[in-house]
Design a protein. Structure first.
Length: 185
């Protein structure tokens, strides 16, 4: 029973860390990454379709993204979707592909991005603490129902706290790496 609670907590913390990495991938750092365009949808035959399902996206250079649509008719919709995504990017459509040059970030913009990343990270820390609370409540319920002993309850709560601390420290390391990436000129 306790093993199930601990295993569930581990999976939830891993999921939270993966979600944080996806969020970090969407933050523009002055370097071209295909993750910048994740979550952008374009109008395609009347339906909102993710860009990665309409085209191949690659980064042939450090400051350039290239979007090659599967259907050349969709190139205008792709260009419009990128402009409307409010990423500060100006796509260039040549009729066959869309080139997206990634401009240099100003010092002020870098600081704004660091603040944004810190806020996102704090939200994920709160999420991990919520998972800890849920796990501890399950352990306490087992104790109330007399399915586990007091000592087992304390040991389980210590294990839950250790997993929580470990997850938060990994998130903090990821934050430090992302900050360094953003501030890198």
């Amino acid at each position: 029973m306790i093993e199930d609670i601990v295993e569930t907590l581990e999976l939830e913390i891993e999921g939270t860390e993966e979600a944080l990495q996806r969020e970090f991938a969407r933050v523009r750092t002055g370097r071209a990454t295909t993750g910048l365009l994740d979550g952008i949808f374009a109008e395609y035959y009347g339906a909102q379709t993710p860009l990665n399902q309409m085209a191949t996206i690659n980064a042939p250079e450090a400051r350039l993204l290239v979007v090659t649509p599967f259907d050349k008719q969709a190139i205008g919709a792709i260009e419009k979707a990128i402009k409307m995504a409010d990423l500060g990017l100006n796509p260039i459509n040549d009729g066959k592909i869309v080139r997206i040059p990634i401009p240099e970030l100003t010092e002020e913009r870098r600081r704004d991005l660091v603040r944004q990343v810190k806020k996102v990270t704090e939200d994920f820390r709160i999420s991990i603490r919520g998972h800890r609370r849920d796990a501890n409540e399950m352990v306490k319920d087992l104790l109330k129902q007399k399915e586990i002993a007091e000592d087992d309850s304390r040991a389980a709560q210590d294990k839950v706290q250790a997993l929580t601390d470990d997850g938060i420290s990994r998130i903090d390391k990821a934050l430090k790496l992302k900050e360094a990436e953003i501030m890198e000129v």
